[in-house]
Design a protein around this ligand. Sequence first.
Ligand SMILES: O=C(O)CCC(=O)C(=O)O
Ligand SMILES: [Fe+2]
Length: 290
Amino acid sequence: MALPPRHGRSLVHKARQRTPGHHYNASFLSSADRASILEWLGTLHPLWEQRYSAHFPPPPGQSQRRLLRPVYWLGNWQFACLDYYRPPKGVKDRCVKAEPFPAVLQRQVDKVEELARRMFRGPDMPTGWHLNTCLVNFYGSRLEDGHWVDTARVGEHKDFEPGPVASLSLGERALLQFVTSSRPGERDEVVLEQWLDDGALQLFGGARWKDQTFHRVQRVDTRAGLLLPPELPDFRTRRINLTFRYVPDAHVTPFALLSAEAREDVRGYMETLASHSAFFRAELAREKRG
Ligand SMILES: O=C(O)CCC(=O)C(=O)O
Ligand SMILES: [Fe+2]
């Protein structure tokens, strides 16, 4: 059970704690699978996306900015400038069909789905749920005007995809916190903290962790010299996290079938991806065939 937070005491939940709806296994990945995932990561060409686009301009008072980190998506790509997947209203032209999972990841997904089906029932396990989406987050420092700037954090947010969400962590450990919703003038209350270790699985679902709380990556440890693949210009990766989610198949759209505006907004990204990927080349070609 999650203990209520007490003053002056941090809640550090150890491996395999019993918190309903939240599961953590520090040693989920075998060393062979871990090695093979790292080898696959070395072949990726992640994107530095911009938050906004021609048809999704910055709101008043905000300006165009890059995301804090490069990302890669599998299954479907939720481009930041298409404003991510936000059911029930934001489901059209949000999830662009992307590459399938490599075999080593599909094997992890099969195991995680089996576990999730044992952990979650009824309203916590949507009809048709399967993990068909993966966001690969690269955490580290980026070079800005000759200085390395640490951008290894994620502000509080919810994952809006329905049902349980699973994540695999590689590299430096990260402190993940679940916090209650913020109200103006009130400090967020941390209701659960979990250090995510190299090779760990975290699985969470149900109203408590998906709807009633936000989560954030508060910080990522630094150990001198840890550098994860792939080699990127102007970025040093020390942690990689893969989150697996479910987007109903009806909401995953091939690039060629997006609205003209959405195609315009992401065409440049598709072309960049296509320069390294036969899958994205074929998706672009499909548009030309009409
Ligand atoms: O890096 C992590 O462990 C969590 C990332 C996350 O919350 C997300 O990608 O939605
Ligand atoms: Fe998240």
